[in-house]
Design a protein around this ligand. Structure first.
Ligand code: PGA
Length: 256
């Protein structure tokens, strides 16, 4: 983290876990543990839990996010939820392009782009996920893959929007939910690569202001080392975000 330039952001990605009652219980457990955080703290929860999470976090420093949104304002898209719907219930953040969406639900760089646009049009802050498969890393094309994902997702996004309303999460697919973590050096290398790309596409100021997280088996033990890297501005946390003490330990690491 470089706290002179950027604020650290720790976001939990609860994935398909927790009922509304369980959501309330977990947030009540997290709240006192993170109340003095010197970083932004977000919990991204299933659609069905958003209302409960917004209620439970009222008056606290925890903000709430959704895990996806559709690209259209409304229409015949059974089972989907639109950005205006999220805006209407007052949820400020949304994850877009998570690798599980890309892997299991046919998400493409183009639909990621369209969803990012829909979210920005509705004043949501986007956590944009990018990441390579293990095979791509082995083929030495990590940065090409990431650059393609970033360029397509951000096409037409202004520097202001990028600085104010987009957080990028670098999540190597091989590190998600596997217990395998990128080394701190690997994480920083790609995050710096993304920042250099933003400097090329936009300018140095925009690159310096953009928050770039790492995600993929970040936990209470490895958070310190990952977050001590200059270009790792926080984390997107899956498994460890479901355990209050572990999530709080990561928030504490980001608060240093
Ligand atoms: P993990 O998930 O921390 O369980 O690896 C991270 C994510 O998918 O965002």
């Amino acid at each position: 983290m470089n706290k002179q330039l950027r604020k650290a952001v720790i976001a939990g990605n609860w994935k398909m876990n927790k009922t509304p009652d369980e959501t309330k219980a977990l947030i009540e457990e997290i709240k006192p543990l993170v109340k003095d955080a010197d970083c932004d703290v977000i919990v991204c929860v299933p659609y069905i839990d958003i209302h409960t999470a917004l209620e439970a976090t009222k008056g606290s420093n925890i903000k709430v996010g959704a895990e996806n949104c559709h690209w259209a304002e409304s229409g015949a898209f059974t089972g989907e939820v639109s950005a205006p719907m999220l805006k209407a219930i007052g949820v400020p953040y949304v994850i877009i392009g998570h690798s599980e969406r890309r892997q299991y639900f046919g998400e493409t760089d183009e639909t990621v782009h369209d969803r990012v646009r829909a979210a920005l049009n509705n004043d949501l802050t986007v956590i944009l996920c990018v990441g390579e498969y293990l095979k791509q890393r082995e083929q030495n094309i990590t940065m090409e893959v990431i650059a393609t994902q970033v360029k397509i997702a951000l096409a037409g996004v202004s520097a202001e929007e990028l600085k104010e309303k987009i957080i990028i999460a670098y999540e190597p697919v091989w590190a998600i939910g596997t217990g395998l973590t990128a080394t701190a050096q690997q994480a920083n290398e790609v995050n710096k690569g993304i920042r250099d790309l933003i400097a090329d596409l936009y300018d140095a100021d925009t690159a310096n202001a953009t928050v770039i997280q790492y995600g993929g088996s970040m936990n209470a033990k490895n958070a310190d080392e990952l977050l001590s890297q200059p270009d790792v501005d926080g984390g997107l946390i899956g498994g460890a975000s479901l355990k209050a003490p572990d999530f709080a330990a990561i928030v504490e690491a980001a608060s240093k």
